[in-house]
Design a binder for this molecule. Structure first.
Ligand SMILES: Nc1ncnc2c1ncn2[C@@H]1O[C@H](COP(=O)(O)OP(=O)(O)OP(=O)(O)O)[C@@H](O)[C@H]1O
Length: 234
């Protein structure tokens, strides 16, 4: 187990209004597993992913990431934990436009102060894992959406994080690229990473080991029926 939430909720206060973004949730995220977090817009999916990713603190409850309790941890320690343990992948790839694929992948290692030569070897290895070695000198605009997302996955992987968190990683992709990217993420999970993916797209359920549905801030784990995950109203 890499993440454990125990009765965790998140309430935002805006003026006199309390917005319950996530109701009390208990959940574990395991290594070797792809967890899909699915639900409609505004249901609380990103809030749940942000809690798992130590980007926001819980309002109530207890949260452990990689064996460390987050509640009460200092912001600096939290930032270190994020850098060392978690890789993030976003909908819009967030690659730096004037940098090549390889330079983008190098970035987290530069931030960690890894020596140049070692950083380069690791970046090349990460690009190899996602099948992008032959495009390493290309700029993002010379790559398709699917290829850019594979570079973004390589960038998330290069620090060797135990946990990879993805927020709508396929929203900007066509069906073929969606399949390539999701198979890539599934392979990483099968090989021992913990991967959590937020989506509103039920097509992604077929790639997941486990599915959590979030509705009105309430998270429920879905059980497979006849070998498939099913969700109402889709
Ligand atoms: N920083 C914030 N301040 C106030 N309210 C917030 C904040 N972040 C999220 N919320 C509210 O919490 C609820 C859940 O938001 P969240 O972004 O987690 O939903 P979501 O399921 O990821 O939606 P989407 O798919 O549209 O991104 C929403 O009502 C949202 O307006």
């Amino acid at each position: 187990m890499i993440v454990k939430l125990e009765e965790v909720n998140k309430v935002y206060q805006i003026g006199d209004n309390h917005i319950v973004a996530l109701q009390k949730t208990s959940l574990e995220v395991n290594t070797g597993e792809m967890l899909l977090i699915i639900g409609p817009s505004g249901s609380g999916k990103t809030t749940l992913l942000s809690l798992i990713g130590c980007v926001v603190y819980p309002t109530e409850g207890r949260l452990w990431v990689d064996g460390k309790e987050i509640t009460g941890m200092k912001e600096d320690d939290l930032a270190n934990l994020r850098l060392q343990t978690i890789g993030f992948v976003f909908q819009q790839f967030n690659l730096i436009a004037p940098l090549t694929a390889e330079e983008n992948v190098l970035m987290p290692l530069v931030l960690q102060g890894v020596p140049d030569k070692e950083a380069k070897t690791r970046a090349q290895k990460a690009l190899e894992i996602v099948g992008m070695t032959d495009r390493s000198k290309n700029l993002p605009r010379q790559l398709s959406g699917g290829q850019q997302q594979r570079v973004a996955i390589a960038r998330a992987l290069v620090t060797n994080p135990k946990l990879i968190l993805c927020d709508e990683p396929t929203a900007a992709l066509d069906k073929d690229s969606l399949d390539v990217v999701m198979k890539e993420l599934r392979t990483l999970a099968d090989e021992g990473k913990a991967v959590a993916v937020v989506t509103h797209d039920p097509r992604l359920m077929s790639y997941a080991h486990r599915v959590v549905e979030v509705k009105n801030g309430q998270a429920y784990e879905l059980q497979k029926q006849n070998g498939e995950f099913r969700i109402e109203n889709h």
